[in-house]
Design a protein around this ligand. Structure first.
Ligand SMILES: NC(=O)C1=CN([C@@H]2O[C@H](COP(=O)(O)OP(=O)(O)OC[C@H]3O[C@@H](n4cnc5c(N)ncnc54)[C@H](OP(=O)(O)O)[C@@H]3O)[C@@H](O)[C@H]2O)C=CC1
Ligand SMILES: O=C(O)CCC(=O)C(=O)O
Ligand SMILES: [Mg+2]
Length: 419
């Protein structure tokens, strides 16, 4: 067992390991690392741990148990490791080594300061899929008349795009150098205010696109979904977002025997499990954002670039009641790190106030990923029962007739009572 500087490895429990075919080998007593998170992370993460423990105990009567192992990132890491250590090497090592983990949200300052630790975790571990399923729970208040028609699973490319954070500050020596290069070597004269422009680089690759779209189509096959929609702004950003669309269709043709529908570009891919067709289609991002409100039932699996996926996941989450219950996962072919869609909501931090649902449902995804279906099912039914009892946190209570508002930990308790 390696000795870590500040991570205490539980004395009981074993590592989850990966088999040669990338399937998981999950012991009955796995060690699962978790990051508490900044801001409201300190409110929701302990509740998530308690609810998951209760669901596992209920499902397996003590035969199975998670041994949680705290690892550090963000503000807590700076307290444990020292003022400038935001993402310790041993945190990355453990997430890679223990294969399955879960994290609370981490703060990223706007403008200056540190770059996103969330993005750093995804990039450094090459967790290239951000998977965000959006489903409606009966009784949740929603701005839509028919929220049950929203049932989408977002596959957001998680490692490249403008989100890669390659930027040059306005007026800096590198910004000047780059503008000079663009002007002198590439003949680009359309930087409107060259002296005062910051610059960002948007890398989008064929490999990055193909591996993401492959997962999205395979997911549609495995889960009997009717369509995969490629969302892009390829009319304007032709060689990045437009290429994403073209590479996505190309992958569907090459690896899934996709055939053009009515001359294209839409395609049909035959689902070998059901014999049904899966429609591979695309939508330009601005039009897509109005279509998901007007005709949500026409969208199922979504494959998109990093920044679009960020916007789309919060927007679609709002359609089913908000980011208080929007779960997610960051995944490579072997490593999976689960996390809520929302951030640290600093104004509510430490108040035992916000909805722990997103992180609890992220843990539900984690349990399903581990093959612990019975415990995952208990979490879903406890969530449904808690919402049906109308004992909910502020975000739902403020929109729900006859609700009793409960705290963050109170909602966890209501869930546990409903198991
Ligand atoms: N993966 C991650 O770790 C992420 C980190 N962040 C970071 O979080 C910080 C804050 O970002 P911000 O833009 O305010 O976005 P947040 O997602 O943190 O919060 C925005 C709003 O969403 C609602 N909300 C958030 N969390 C919950 C919850 N658990 N229950 C109910 N409602 C919730 C609140 O709405 P209301 O005001 O209506 O109550 C809140 O004001 C930033 O530093 C950002 O970079 C952001 C996203 C993801
Ligand atoms: O990294 C951050 O601070 C924000 C990330 C984010 O909004 C997301 O991944 O959805
Ligand atoms: Mg986001």
């Amino acid at each position: 067992m390696p000795a870590y500087q500040h991570i205490l490895v539980p004395t009981d429990g074993q590592k989850i390991t990966v088999n040669a075919d990338n399937s998981l080998n999950v012991p009955d007593q796995p060690i699962i690392p978790f990051i508490e998170g900044d801001g409201t992370g300190r409110d929701i993460t302990p509740v998530m741990l308690k609810v998951v423990d209760a669901a596992v105990a209920k499902a397996y009567g003590g035969k199975r148990k998670i041994h949680w192992m705290e690892i550090f990132a963000g503000e807590k890491a700076t307290r444990v490791y020292g003022p400038d250590v935001w993402l310790p090497d041993e945190t990355l090592e453990v997430v890679r080594d223990y294969v399955v983990s879960i994290k609370g949200p981490l703060t990223t300052p706007v403008g200056g300061g540190i770059r996103s630790l969330n993005v750093a975790l995804r990039q450094q571990l090459d967790l290239y899929v951000c998977l965000r399923p959006v489903q409606y729970f009966e009784g949740v208040p929603s701005p839509l008349k028919e929220p049950q028609k929203t049932n989408m699973v977002i596959f957001r490319e998680n490692s490249e795009d403008i989100y890669a954070g390659i930027e040059f500050e306005a007026g800096s020596a590198n910004a000047k150098k780059l503008i000079k290069f663009l002007r002198d070597d590439l003949g680009i004269n359309k930087v409107r205010f060259p002296e005062t422009s910051g610059l960002g680089i948007k890398p989008v690759s064929r490999e990055g696109t193909e591996r993401l779209v492959r997962k999205a189509i395979q997911y549609a096959i495995d889960n009997n979904k009717p369509s995969v929609t490629i969302v892009h702004k390829g009319n304007i950003m032709k060689f990045t977002e437009g290429a994403f669309r073209d590479w996505a269709y190309g992958l569907a043709a090459k690896e899934f025997a996709g055939e053009l529908i009515d001359g294209g570009p839409w395609m049909r891919v035959r689902n070998p499990n059901t014999g049904k067709d899966i429609t591979i289609k695309d939508s330009i991002a601005d039009a897509f954002l109005q279509q998901i409100l007007m005709r949500p039932a026409e969208y199922s699996v979504i494959a998109t670039l990093n920044l679009n996926g960020d916007y789309i996941s919060d927007a679609v989450a709002a359609q089913v009641g908000g980011i208080g219950i929007a779960p997610g996962a960051n995944m490579s072919d072997t490593v999976a790190m689960f996390e809520a869609t929302h951030g640290t909501a600093p104004k509510y931090a430490g108040k035992d106030y916000v909805n722990p649902g997103s992180e609890i449902l992220s843990a539900e995804m984690m349990l399903r990923h581990m093959g612990w279906k019975e415990a995952a099912d208990i979490i879903i039914s406890a969530m449904e029962a808690a919402i049906a009892s109308k004992k909910v946190t502020y975000d739902f209570a403020r929109l729900m007739e006859g609700a009793t508002q409960v705290s963050c930990s109170g909602f966890g308790q209501v869930m546990i009572e409903n198991m």
